[in-house]
Ligand binder design. Structure first.
Ligand SMILES: *Cc1c(COP(=O)(O)O)cnc(C)c1O
Length: 371
């Protein structure tokens, strides 16, 4: 099946008692035993498994071309479950341009438990020189946040395989509509489903998808069900509902982003536009090869520095000044302010999550704000 069809049908079932075409929301925390004490329905207690979570996990696993998925209460909970599944002392190689929430998690919660290096994972020499005896995973994020750097997934996978190291890819910015890391050889995919999967800025969630069942995956499942950072049946329902339109939403976001990136590139007040769909992007060719679409996140720097950038943000009327991404409404933020004092993000950089408004209204809004 094609991805548009998977998004609508995978995981959904017709309710046998009512014949409702959309599966019901099962709020129950506990499930009745059979006379012999068994659980023929497959459900026992909702922390371990729930029908709405199972439906969500099934559709996401198929969208990412994986064998199984595990849903969590946030993207950070999904990421943390990967770190918690590793033996203490394991060394992690992670990108220098990494989602700050997960970088901070490693540096604060896992200091002294795991070892980590934040490097340019796309430079093979640098990558190889950081591999140690105890390196367990290479974490990648592509396109990256907020510089929209592209990592060549196949290249990293080839290095990792030589050393028996697993590759985990944060695919939040791309979504499986734009890029399928498991198909390119990654072992695990991570998502903040708070973003494009949810798509309406109204729920938190995270998902992991595995390329194969393994002892490692069993450990991750244990962290999920014993740790209990699981999404509610309601949130799972909303997510499966949103995912049905994910392919068309993403195509709409990308359409707007391509036009907006070109508009920004031609604007005299703009210094540089970071968008993998522009031929001027330093890794445009890698993006062309490994992505079906270049995504809908754009960062750009303004001539004149931090004050100019903040002025533009405050003059916008349609773009909302807020963090996060992937919702139907366009968001813009001064990224360095969000990331705090240790940020390496340029102070004149604005990050845009391009929404689904009409592109003419978006460009007109930026035009008046930069006038
Ligand atoms: C938002 C985000 C996360 C964290 O997800 P939460 O749902 O906010 O916990 C991780 N990675 C990326 C790339 C993100 O954008």
């Amino acid at each position: 099946m094609k991805i548009e069809t998977i998004a609508i049908h995978a995981g959904n079932y017709i309710d046998p008692s009512s014949k409702a075409v959309i599966q019901p929301i099962v709020m129950a925390t506990t499930f009745e035993r059979d006379e012999d004490g068994g659980f023929s329905s497959g459900y026992q207690y909702s922390r371990s498994a729930n029908p709405n979570r199972a439906a969500l996990e099934q559709v996401v696993a198929q969208l990412e071309n994986g064998v199984e998925a595990a849903a969590f209460s946030s993207g950070n909970a999904a990421g943390m479950s990967v770190f918690q599944s590793l033996e203490p002392g394991t060394h992690i190689i992670a990108p220098d341009d990494m989602y700050h929430g997960l970088r901070n998690q490693l540096k604060t919660l896992f200091a002294g438990i795991l070892e980590f290096d934040f490097i340019d994972v796309n430079d093979t020499d640098i990558l190889k020189s950081h591999i140690k005896q105890n390196t367990g995973i290479i974490w990648i994020e592509t396109p990256s946040n907020p510089l929209l750097k592209i990592t060549d997934i196949k290249k990293v996978v080839n290095v990792a395989r030589e050393h028996n190291i697993k590759v985990v890819c944060d695919n939040t910015f791309a979504t499986p509509i734009c890029q399928q890391p498991l198909t390119l050889g990654a072992d695990l995919v991570m998502h903040s489903s708070t973003k494009y999967f949810g798509g309406h800025s109204d729920l938190m969630g995270g998902v992991l998808v595995t390329a194969e069942k393994s002892d490692w995956w069993e450990k991750i499942r244990n962290v999920q069900t014993m740790g209990g950072a699981v999404p509610s049946p309601m949130d799972c329902y909303y997510l499966t509902r949103s995912i049905k339109t994910l392919p068309y939403r993403v195509k709409g976001h990308v359409h707007n982003a391509q036009l907006l990136a070109r508009f920004l590139q031609n604007h005299p007040r703009v210094e540089e536009v970071m968008y993998p769909g522009l031929a001027s992007h330093p890794q445009y060719e890698i993006a062309e090869t490994q992505m079906s679409y270049p995504g809908a996140m754009i960062s750009f720097t303004l001539k004149g520095g931090e004050q100019e950038a903040k002025k533009v943000v405050n003059a916008l009327k349609i773009f909302i000044q807020a963090t996060s991404l992937g919702g139907v409404e366009s968001l813009i933020e001064h990224r360095a302010s969000v990331e705090g004092p240790d940020t390496k993000t340029p102070l004149n950089l604005l990050r845009v999550s391009v929404g689904l408004e009409h592109i003419d209204d978006l460009t007109a809004d930026l035009e008046q704000a930069m006038a």
